[in-house]
Design a binder for this molecule. Structure first.
Ligand code: WT7
Length: 656
């Protein structure tokens, strides 16, 4: 434990008085309410936060566990809840989205305008033949149009699957094929850090790879006007399709269990899994966690810096803030352009009051501020801030303290929110008007979430002892299944180890001996977290060995990295003699580019180490624990007597 770990930051008094959850007694009361009448608790909140077309009569159906159903006989529409409802409540002229482009140009979109755009887009989708239940892939950068595309799908009951704009053609193809999508919505290009980067060209390439015959049309948002290829009959400009459409579109009223979206994420095998989310339970948690975790009030300016390609951008950009009628920022660019003061300048310019970002971003901005005074947050007026958030990976206490002091001026609570693509919303997090904070701890479960730390047999371990993080009761926004692979869903999340009773998060955790606060100790499976991006080691290994001209065998592990949290380290055996020096450097670059093409730039290994072979036990198992030590540059303390070829440890010592 670090020197900071015992430091406690109580909720600021003024906040504790006025917050949605005002103080620990209020928190405890909610926890007790959920404990005493679990379904009653969630039903009450589902009625308070969600508008139902037809009210549900039953909260939770466990008859086909672990395929749990929530509010199933209720009907609703997410887009109605995010847009029409706010317009009907008199918020039509309120700004829903403040869009800031890469070049700094600002566009404000009111709730009424967002509703109009969404209806026009929804009508355009229908005119293209998209029907309820069809899958639509969205491959766009951060834009109002991206949010509109998601909302429009929701409006007509189409299931969207957003693919992060940094994924390669191959990854995009795999997701289109797995989802059997009927349409891709994309942009001509994206603008990031002053550079024009392709999107439509990658869609063309993905479809060209084959297996995408389900795609009937490609809708293109004109962002840059850059040169793109055009397939007549298949490709359509978004502005041409929507211009003629009516600004009204009756929402498709769907069952609460209707799949709102799929989002592909990495697991412990080579194949990403399509996490399927529901409509009703998901919307409830999106709205509720946005409200309580960020203490969101009508006058707040909310900014979540995530991309809509990740779950954070779904729950805390596309849905949660809009369901509450909030004003939020959508930012196209990157934190370091035109300089590393961009975030601070935007907070100042837009008077952001709630700011939610990832530890990686904070760590890289600390570095930048330390080497250049001009981009230090103290150079900006950040007095509008009242709450800060962190997400995606553990935040180290030093980064926490800096964020608290220099960004939050010592007065803003930091909510360190633990959750996952699969959980749909926050699971373990402080509530800013209640929970005393400890840097590096995500503190306590969100009220109603039954999180626990258990051993391999599912028995609770005592506080102070590390174990496996599980959730004992189903919750409304949980993953419903893995698209097309219910068996994998059961095996991954409800394993027989716990008699199929507990949700397995895939993380280790430990609870503080005195407070019971949770600290996440990292993944217990073969999943890495690089800059808050989730990557499967097997996925990267498959990409490497698919370079059949060069690679005979590969093993990938993570190692700690100061800025990115974890870094990808690949151990590679080539089909040719082991390279050294400049040759090794050149091949390492070639392999990085290969992985970039197979998966996306985020998956490029930071270190590549070449060996004549890989360290294996006599039974042929790769000694991954040993590789992790080598990757860290630690002395190898493991027993290497079973190693077939101890000499390779020296070879693997050199990283390229
Ligand atoms: C994994 C989930 C949560 C949305 C973005 C990432 C790690 C996430 C925290 C946190 C420590 C965290 C876990 C988790 N993680 N938040 N506050 N503290 N670790 O979603 O890509 O599904 O990744 O990110 O390891 O399992 P994801």
């Amino acid at each position: 434990m670090s020197e900071h770990a015992s430091k406690l930051y109580p909720a600021p008094e003024a906040l504790a008085r006025a917050a949605h959850v005002p103080g620990m007694a209020a928190y405890e009361k909610l926890v007790a309410e959920a404990r005493e009448d679990y379904e009653g608790y969630w039903s009450r909140l589902a009625r308070e936060l969600v508008s139902w077309k037809k009210p549900f009569t039953k909260a939770l159906d466990q008859s086909n566990a672990p395929f749990f159903k929530w509010f199933e006989d209720g009907t609703l529409n997410v887009s109605y809840n995010c847009l029409d409802k706010n317009v009907e409540a008199g918020l039509g002229d309120k700004t829903a989205i403040i869009f800031e482009a890469d070049d700094g140009k600002v566009t404000k979109v009111s709730y009424k305008a967002l509703l109009d755009k969404t209806c026009q887009m929804a009508n355009a989708l229908k005119a293209q033949g998209v029907k309820k239940g069809d899958r639509v892939v969205i491959y766009m950068s951060m834009s109002v149009e991206g949010v509109v595309a998601m909302q429009a799908c929701a409006r007509i009951g189409a299931t969207h699957s957003v693919v992060f704009g940094g994924f390669s053609a191959q990854s995009l193809r795999d997701r289109i094929e797995d989802a059997r999508a009927v349409m891709v919505i994309t942009a001509d290009e994206q603008l990031r850090g002053g550079k024009q980067l392709p999107l439509k060209a990658i869609v063309d390439e993905a479809i060209g790879l084959g297996g995408c015959d389900s795609i009937k049309s490609v809708i293109v948002y004109k962002r840059t006007g850059g040169n793109i290829a055009w397939t007549a009959g298949r490709d359509q400009w978004m502005h041409e399709l929507t211009a003629q459409q009516s600004t009204t579109c009756e929402p498709e009223w769907v069952s609460a269990e209707h799949p709102l979206f799929l989002l592909y994420t990495s697991g412990s095998t080579g194949k990403p899994k399509g996490v399927q989310h529901s409509t009703g339970g998901y919307l409830l948690m999106a709205a509720l966690t946005t409200k309580w975790t960020f203490d969101l009030k009508p006058d707040d300016i909310f900014w979540c810096t995530a991309d809509i390609g990740w779950v954070t951008g779904h729950t805390y950009i596309a849905y949660g803030p809009l369901a509450l009628g909030a004003t939020e920022i959508v930012f196209e660019g990157v934190p370091t352009y035109p300089d590393a003061g961009r975030f601070w300048k935007m907070i100042q310019d837009h008077k952001v009051s709630i700011f939610y970002t990832a530890p990686t971003a904070i760590r890289s901005l600390i570095k930048a501020a330390e080497s250049n005074e001009a981009v230090h947050p103290k150079k900006y007026d950040l007095s509008s801030l009242r709450i800060l958030g962190s997400v995606g990976e553990p935040i180290n206490p030093a980064a926490w303290e800096w964020y608290h002091e220099h960004v939050g001026g010592g007065r803003c609570p930091i909510v360190d929110t633990f959750w996952q693509t699969e959980t749909g919303g926050h699971m373990i997090t402080p509530l800013p008007g209640a929970t005393p904070l400890v840097p590096g701890s995500c503190t306590l479960p969100f009220p109603g979430i039954d999180a626990a730390v258990v051993d391999e047999t599912g028995k609770d371990v005592p506080w102070g002892q590390g174990g496996i993080l599980v959730v004992k009761k189903p919750w409304p926004s949980m993953i419903r299944t893995i698209w097309g692979d219910p068996e994998r869903f059961k095996k991954s999340y409800y394993p027989a180890d716990f008699q199929g009773k507990y949700y397995l998060a895939g993380d280790g955790a430990i609870r503080d001996e005195k407070t019971g606060y949770f600290t996440i100790t990292g993944r217990i499976d073969d999943v890495l977290n690089v800059s808050g991006h989730r990557m499967g080691t097997m996925e990267i290994e498959s990409a490497l060995v698919s370079c059949t001209d060069l690679v005979a065998e590969a093993a990938v592990v993570g190692r700690p990295d100061e800025t990115t949290g974890e870094a990808i380290c690949a151990f590679v055996v080539l089909k040719r003699p082991r390279p050294t020096g400049d040759e090794a450097k050149a091949i390492a670059k070639q392999l990085r580019d290969w992985v970039g093409k197979e998966i996306g730039p985020i998956a490029k290994p930071k270190d590549i180490r070449f060996g004549d072979n890989l360290p294996k036990t006599r039974s042929g198992k790769i000694m991954r624990r040993l590789l992790r030590s080598v990757a860290k540059g630690e002395a190898v303390t493991q027993d290497t007597s079973t190693l077939e070829n101890p000499a390779i440890l020296d070879q693997l010592g050199q990283a390229y």
